[in-house]
Write a protein that binds this ligand. Structure first.
Ligand SMILES: Nc1ncnc2c1ncn2[C@@H]1O[C@H](COP(=O)(O)OP(=O)(O)OP(=O)(O)O)[C@@H](O)[C@H]1O
Length: 591
């Protein structure tokens, strides 16, 4: 139960020391004052009784002072509770931000495979959904427990004056309720954990039903009612479980709570009898009753806090499970290859995606020298993009190795490697940012460099339409933000290609089919630019358009993850194999 309490307190302490101190001090004050108020109450009642029984004139001033004192104590209680609330709400904001940043920072260190692993994705979703509020809740409960503990000790000290048994009854009567609370908290957590794929499906449906990029299809295919029904179904199922748990929890809570009420009234009768017998004063009776009632409140609050801490701990275990997800240590440190100028070599490279039986690539061997361009062709799913992902270091080969300048990619310093390779994938990002930044994203070091944006846009054939946008390079793209402009598919692709041209420092440039939506003339012209930019570098291009493919120095035909043919356009045509057949097929379409 206390496994994560120490870490939660440390987290809160690191988030804001002053606020944590305020919280701690106010908690102690709020814990001590109620017993003091009960004590003063007793003095007042006894004073009043004495005054009523006294003969002759009575001085009221001492009684008034006591009343004023009790008023002061009450004001102190109110003040300390305010201080607790204020510190809590300020801490909540800061802590929420801090935990979210921790989660997002961790996400930066993860590998692509993590994001594609649904089980891991569940962990991430769970961590994000609940964990930002849980550390503070745990700390609040720890402090609350402390506060109630102080109150309870002070009540017990007062009650001992009546009978030690009263103290025993006070604590024992709260236990059954605690046991049931702890059990149900555990159940609630297991439910939460177990259903997180469902919750994720629900979140996904929400996105599809309410996002601009899906609205078009959802409308045209009239998917709305169907998806909404699924959404409702999931809710109904989840609700049924929630309802059952809530009902069981509350019914048991009520029944076991009755034990506490029974104990209170039995003790009440006992105190009344003792007063009538003259063993304690009327003032003491009032105090004991108040103390016993408030003591019961403190016991159930403490036990509730313990149950809650158990729950918070379970949730926090989620957060830490995510944060402690092992990431394989970053590999190499090499910033230069063993044979500079050797270019790129694939040596017997095979690869299967995690969790997939069939290899996506098998025994790939090829070389690419600086200054040469390579085109990859093949049917859908033949492994072209996979080959690029391996080259970019997003995955590691299951067998064989990939060398750059004679050094295995695994031995390269990842940052150096990333700087040397520029890739635009077919599913490139359409950032909801200004046009210029969409291009600048290709080179973070030149992210804001307006002259570079312009040059890259010119090479990507994007400059014409960008200049016509209101605001030019500063026009906001996408529909999420005010005055955002949506672009056509081909215009977005030109932006993406311009992004690739930002990378003047990279010596391997890869375009994985980001030109498919462009007209054929634009694609050919862009590839010309691409070649001129990469004259002393390596260029890799994936395209289904043979008019572009034929411009590459070398062509590799992939089929089912294997290299089927490899050679120049002329050589492959002369060999009259698959490439030649596909080329003729496409050419025939234009006749
Ligand atoms: N993230 C992934 N996880 C598991 N399998 C994948 C993943 N991505 C691709 N695959 C599988 O790997 C194989 C090769 O896919 P790849 O994306 O490399 O094909 P491609 O040649 O680029 O196809 P296209 O021309 O359609 O872009 C396919 O069978 C595909 O189903």
């Amino acid at each position: 139960m206390f496994r994560y309490s120490r870490r939660a307190v440390a987290l809160v302490w690191q988030t804001s020391r002053p606020l944590t101190v305020v919280l701690a001090v106010a908690t102690v004050v709020a814990g001590l004052l109620p017993a003091a108020a009960a004590w003063v109450g007793q003095l007042i009642v006894d004073g009043v009784v004495a005054a009523v029984q006294a003969e002759g004139a009575v001085a009221l001033a001492p009684l008034f002072w006591l009343v004023a004192l009790e008023g002061g104590i009450m004001a102190g209680i109110a003040g300390s509770q305010r201080a607790i609330q204020t510190a809590q709400s300020l801490l909540r904001a800061q802590l929420g931000q801090r935990v979210n940043v921790m989660i997002l920072e961790k996400a930066q260190t993860l590998q692509l495979a993590h994001f594609e692993d649904s089980e891991f994705y569940d962990k991430l979703t769970r961590a994000r959904r609940e964990a930002s509020s849980r550390p503070l809740s745990l700390v609040n409960r720890t402090f609350g427990l402390f506060q109630n503990g102080i109150s309870l000790t002070s009540y017990a000290a007062l009650l001992l004056g009546f009978s030690p048994w009263a103290v025993v009854i006070l604590v024992a009567a709260g236990l059954p309720q605690f046991v049931s609370e702890a059990k149900f908290s555990g159940d609630a957590f297991r439910l939460f954990r177990w259903r997180s794929p469902d919750t994720r499906r629900q979140m996904y449906l929400e996105t599809v039903l309410a996002r601009e990029d899906s609205a078009k299809e959802v409308k045209l295919f009239q998917l709305g009612p169907l998806l909404l029904e699924r959404y409702r179904d999931i809710f109904r199922r989840l609700y049924r479980e929630d309802r059952n748990l809530t009902l069981r929890r509350e019914i048991w809570g009520f029944v076991l709570g009755l034990v506490g009420t029974l104990a209170f009234y039995a003790t009440y009768a006992w105190i009344v009898a003792t007063t009538v017998a003259g063993a304690i004063s009327l003032g003491q009776m009032t105090m004991y009753l108040a103390v016993f009632r408030q003591g019961q409140g403190a016991v159930s609050a403490s036990l509730g806090a313990i149950g809650g801490m158990y729950e918070d701990n379970l949730y926090l275990s989620n957060l830490y499970e995510y944060l402690e997800q092992p990431v394989t240590a970053v590999h190499g440190t090499r910033t230069a290859g063993e044979r500079p100028g050797d270019g790129l070599r694939f040596e017997g490279v095979s690869f299967s995606y995690p969790g997939s039986e069939a290899p996506a690539l098998q025994d790939i061997s090829l070389t690419l020298a600086p200054g040469r361009s390579l085109a990859l062709v093949g049917r859908n799913g033949s492994g072209k993009t996979t080959l690029i992902k391996l080259l970019a270091g997003l995955y590691e080969p299951s067998a064989g190795r990939i060398l750059l300048d004679g050094t295995d990619l695994r031995d390269w310093d990842p940052e150096t490697l990333r700087r040397r390779i520029g890739v635009i994938f077919q599913d490139f990002m359409r950032y909801q940012l200004p046009v210029g930044e969409n291009i600048g994203a290709g080179d973070v070091e030149r992210f804001d460099d307006e002259s570079r944006w312009r040059e890259a846009a010119r090479r990507g054939l994007a400059d014409d339409f960008i200049e016509e946008l209101p605001g030019g390079y500063h026009a906001q793209l996408g529909r999420w933000f005010q005055d955002g402009r949506e672009l056509s598919g081909g215009q977005w692709q030109k932006i993406a290609v311009a992004r690739a041209f930002m990378r003047q420092g990279a010596d391997i440039l890869v375009l994985d089919e980001p030109t498919a939506a462009m007209d054929a003339a634009a694609e050919a012209e862009i590839f010309e630019h691409f070649r001129s930019l990469t004259r002393d570098r390596m260029a890799i291009l994936i395209s289904h358009r043979f008019s572009t493919v034929r411009m590459a120095d070398e062509i590799v035909v992939l089929d089912d993850g294997r290299i089927l043919e490899h050679g120049s356009h002329d050589a492959l045509i002369a060999a009259d194999g698959t490439y030649a057949r596909l080329f003729r097929l496409q050419a025939a379409g234009y006749r």
